[in-house]
Design a protein around this ligand. Structure first.
Ligand SMILES: Nc1nc2c(ncn2[C@@H]2O[C@H](COP(=O)(O)OP(=O)(O)OP(=O)(O)O)[C@@H](O)[C@H]2O)c(=O)[nH]1
Ligand SMILES: [Mg+2]
Length: 296
């Protein structure tokens, strides 16, 4: 319709680790482009996901969970998340509706925000009995005058359309900032690495996932439409290399198979995926490595 004005803007998704920020981004886009796992600190980079339609373009910015960071890489992650508190049109502060309200944290974030803040109460599928939700909403209302409080389930998709509608209303008039046919401004190589890293996060435990990074070394489209990908999983220790490879290569095979399925879905083509494992001691504390991987 010619009488509707086009809207465009940036919306950051901020919150504690593990509250479901990345699940929300994937749900909004209808595609998996960012890693999701049951472990905190899954997301390491600021990642833009773009939702375009005839009336608007919304650039959602997923961020690493904000926590008290002790290691070098974690400090870089939290710094990255905090940069997206300003320079945006709207902030979605995501909290886990089943967890207790962190007053000091909420107040601190709200005091730093340079844009309106909508509170997103996630995981409402886990709130029982349902009436408890009213108490939760009331608790947050007392802390800050949020223009909107939106209960959702990023996992089931409940109330996501409503959330996107409310976001759209808040955006300024403006022209699209990105082509309308891309889901993210990041290169395919990055998303592929992210999908592989997600499998490592899901399939390994304790300190192993936190010491891994994935680098896509080669990405080639063959004539028959098949995409051939070589990627290296970096680990911090020899013993971790053993865990990632597994008995007779079973773990690496599992990581590869699950990642390949996701990558094929994303690219819409057959994929040939070859994975390597390499030890890079203490890479999570080394400036050069952190830079190279885009974490600093
Ligand atoms: N039950 C339920 N689980 C959810 C929901 N949304 C996310 N989860 C789960 O919560 C966990 C964390 O989800 P993520 O999306 O990785 O959380 P995040 O906030 O991006 O975490 P970081 O990247 O570590 O900051 C995963 O196990 C998700 O499956 C939801 O609406 N309901
Ligand atoms: Mg995340």
């Amino acid at each position: 319709m010619s009488d509707t004005t086009y809207k465009a803007g940036f919306v950051s998704i901020i919150g504690r680790p593990n509250v479901g920020k990345s699940t929300l981004l994937n749900r909004i886009l209808g595609e998996k482009i960012v890693a999701v796992s049951d472990k905190p600190q899954t997301t390491r980079n600021v990642i833009r996901g773009i939702l375009s339609d005839e009336t608007s373009q919304i650039v959602f910015v997923d961020t690493p969970g904000i926590h008290t960071a002790r290691t070098r890489i974690n400090r870089a992650m939290v710094d990255a998340a905090m940069t997206v508190v300003t320079g945006i049109d709207l902030m979605l502060l995501v909290v886990d509706a089943t967890q207790k309200i962190e007053e000091a944290f909420i107040k601190d974030i709200c005091s730093k925000a340079g844009a309106p803040i909508y509170l997103v109460l996630n995981k409402i599928d886990q709130v029982t009995p349902k009436e408890k939700l009213f108490t939760v909403i009331e608790g947050y209302t007392r802390l800050y005058d949020f223009p909107e409080i939106i209960p959702i389930s990023a996992q089931s998709g409940s109330n996501i359309e409503r959330l996107v509608d409310l976001v759209r209303e808040q955006l300024p008039e403006g022209e699209a900032l990105f082509p309308d046919d891309i889901l993210t401004d990041l290169p395919e190589k990055f998303i592929v690495a992210e999908l592989i890293r997600e499998k490592v996060f899901r399939l390994t435990n304790r300190e192993v996932p936190y010491g891994t990074a994935v680098v896509v070394e080669a990405f080639a489209e063959r004539e028959n439409g098949l995409v051939a990908i070589n990627a290296t999983i970096m680990v911090e220790r020899d013993s971790h290399k053993g865990i990632i490879i597994g008995k007779r290569g079973t773990m690496l095979k599992k990581i590869g198979e699950q990642a390949r399925r996701d990558i094929e879905r994303l690219l819409g083509t057959k994929v040939y995926l070859e994975l390597f494992v390499q030890v890079q001691e203490r890479w999570t504390e080394r400036t050069a490595m952190l830079r190279e991987l885009g974490y600093e």
